[in-house]
Design a binder for this molecule. Sequence first.
Ligand code: JBN
Length: 243
Amino acid sequence: MRIDVVTIFPAYLDPLREALLGRAVERGLLEIAVHDLRRWTHDVHQAVDDAPYGGGPGMVMRPQVWGEALDEVLPAGPQPARLVVPTPAGRPFTQTTARAWADEQRLVFACGRYEGIDERVLLDARARGIEVDEVSIGDYVLVGGEVAVLVMVEAVARLLPGVLGNPRSAAEDSFSDGLLEGPSYTRPETWRELAVPDVLRGGNHAAIARWRRDRALERTRDRRPDLLDALPPDALDAADRAV
Ligand SMILES: NC(=O)c1ccno1
């Protein structure tokens, strides 16, 4: 997969070169390119924004600059690419989104700032046959899209084959079965008079699986009852419903 990020603050994306993602890039599992939007300005001030039509607070990012940037980064023509614009006004970004995007060949992230990007940039991209997703990582407002891109790239990249050491990690983490993951424990067996649940030390795999499922159901019911409501009717068996 190739990921391109267009931003006026390229250094914000430096964490993409660290740790798990950095190693994935070094191993050729993932290609990441970060572009400074100001490369496509032509004035001495490298202006990327202007006052909003209709008045109101803040500034809007100029279509000319974004248009030239995306013409270069996402040239016209048949290409399996998806343009992603992080915005608090977007559709929710979820694990389902991450799984779907993990199958894409190319993702291009456009990081808006100020009051956002002139709407015509997105209309033009769609008119050129590009899939455009406006997505939000949560119901809060950030200063720009860069932090949201870090979140989304990590959520997607960890699902790519070979990125995680153990592929079971992605298969068994929260949301994999529609539930939140339950509690985890490691050595020592007792720490500050707090003991690891006996079942986890007993070696009975069926009992361990049942205990983990019960804790996941309890946690999901307590913290995210909406996820339980969204499960398909046959997702919970009689033992689940007894929890
Ligand atoms: N909530 C968000 O995804 C977001 C993106 C930019 N500002 O907020």
